[in-house]
Unconditional design. Structure first.
Lengths: 112, 114
């Protein structure tokens, strides 16, 4: 059972555009939702995270939108740059577990 | 955020052998985790390792195959035992940092089993 569904699997965005990646979860006991960025050969790096009592969180060009009733959250990358080209993972924590449950990842390419 | 190192960074091993992966953190942390990332895939939690207690394994992972040690608050090891080609993956340790729930990952150990 996949508890966190992520889409799209891959995404191509023009430089300066907005990249949007979506995730949906099933377990209503999840209480923490981070996004990670991973470059080839590197470990995932924490980008931004949100708790369910907040509908939006912004850090620089990265924004998480959270819809608790729909059990969905999304990552928006504003003014996307070629250096943002990476794989992005959404994740969730909670429901009695301390570890993270990850989505399948989105391979993002920003075209110059 | 914590600085995490892993050794080895990569290895090629023969089937039937075992490999122990080390994870070192630059600060004391209560919770450490081990994940597996198969090539081009997502991350899957293997186990949670808290100092002073037995590791807690996720469904599909067993202690005999993936024994874990957590001797102190800055160090942990994961052993991949009796390896088969299906164990070829990237193994990552992570720690829960000072701010609640934030997890930081090491660079990973790329394991190839032939």
């Amino acid at each position: 059972q996949q508890q966190v569904k992520q889409s799209p699997q891959s995404l191509i965005v023009q430089k300066g555009g907005i990249s949007i990646i979506n995730c949906a979860y099933e377990n209503t006991a999840f209480d923490y939702f981070p996004w990670y960025q991973q470059f080839p050969g590197k470990g995932p790096a924490l980008l931004i995270a949100i708790r369910p009592d907040v509908s939006e969180k912004k850090e620089g060009r990265f924004t998480i939108s959270f819809n608790k009733s729909a059990k969905q959250f999304s990552l928006h990358i504003m003014d996307s740059q070629p250096g943002d080209s990476a794989t992005y993972f959404c994740a969730a924590r909670g429901g009695g577990a301390d570890g993270l449950t990850f989505g399948k990842g989105t391979h993002l390419i920003i075209q110059p | 955020s914590a600085v995490i190192s892993q050794k080895p960074s990569r290895d090629i091993c023969q089937r039937g052998t075992s490999l122990t992966i080390q994870c070192q953190v630059d600060s004391q942390v209560t919770m450490m985790f081990w994940y597996r990332q198969q090539p081009g895939q997502s991350l899957t939690l293997i186990a949670t390792a808290n100092q002073g207690s037995e590791a807690t394994y996720e469904s599909g992972f067993v202690i005999d195959k993936f024994p874990i040690s957590r001797p102190n608050l800055t160090f942990s090891t994961l052993t991949v035992s009796n390896m088969s080609p299906e164990d070829s993956s990237i193994y990552l340790c992570s720690v829960e940092g000072g701010r609640t729930y934030e997890q930081y990952f090491g660079p990973g150990t790329r394991l190839t089993v032939t």
